[in-house]
Write a new protein. Structure first.
Length: 166
C-alpha cells in the first residue's frame, strides 16, 4: 500500500461524508510525517453506523472481503490498492469511542485519541501516538511492532515500556 493509494482512499471515503482515522503503520507514519517502512495494509477506524456504507463503497470499487472478524474488523483487498482493515468504532457523547473485541470486551479510544498527521505532506485524520502504543501492549511484539514503536519513540511521541527495550 503506497502513500498515494492511502491518500486516494482517504479522499474517496471522506468525499462521501465518511469520517475515518488512520491507525496501524500508516497512522504511525502520519504522526511522524514521513514513511518509515513499507506497508502491506491500511488500518482505518470508522464510525460504526457508517460500516454498511463503507462496505458498499469499497465493494463497488472492486475490493473483496478477505477476513471478516466483525464486529471488530473486516479486511478487504483490492488488486491495485492492497488491503484495507476497517475497524467500526462506537462513539460516546463525551467524544470517546470503543471497538468491540472478539471476546465481548472493548478497546477504548479516549476522546484525545483522534488527531491528525501528514502523509506525503497532506494532512490526514489519524489515531494518537498514545493509543497506538496502547494497542501494541499486551502481546509479544514482532519486528514490525518494534520498528513502529521505535519510530514513535524516536520522534519523542511516546516512551516505550520494558517489553520494547532492545
Amino acid at each position: 500500500m503506497t502513500g498515494n493509494a492511502v491518500l486516494r482512499l482517504v479522499r474517496f471515503l471522506t468525499s462521501r461524508s465518511i469520517d475515518l482515522w488512520i491507525g496501524g503503520g500508516w497512522g504511525i507514519d502520519a504522526l511522524v510525517g514521513s514513511q518509515s517502512r513499507e506497508h502491506q495494509d491500511l488500518d482505518i477506524s470508522i464510525r460504526a453506523e457508517d460500516e454498511p456504507a463503507v462496505m458498499e463503497l469499497l465493494l463497488d470499487q472492486g475490493f473483496a472481503i478477505a477476513t471478516d472478524w466483525r464486529p471488530t474488523r473486516v479486511a478487504l483487498v483490492h488488486p491495485d490498492f492492497g488491503e484495507v482493515d476497517v475497524h467500526p468504532i462506537h462513539f460516546e457523547s463525551d467524544g470517546s469511542a470503543w471497538l468491540p473485541d472478539l471476546d465481548g470486551g472493548r478497546f477504548v479510544y479516549p476522546a484525545t485519541a483522534f488527531t491528525t498527521g501528514r502523509i506525503e505532506g497532506t494532512q490526514v485524520p489519524c489515531i494518537s501516538a498514545d493509543l497506538q502504543l496502547t494497542f501494541h501492549l499486551g502481546y509479544e511484539p514482532g519486528p514490525k511492532d518494534r520498528a513502529d514503536m521505535a519510530t514513535l519513540a524516536g520522534a519523542g511521541l511516546v516512551e516505550l515500556p520494558e517489553e520494547y527495550d532492545a
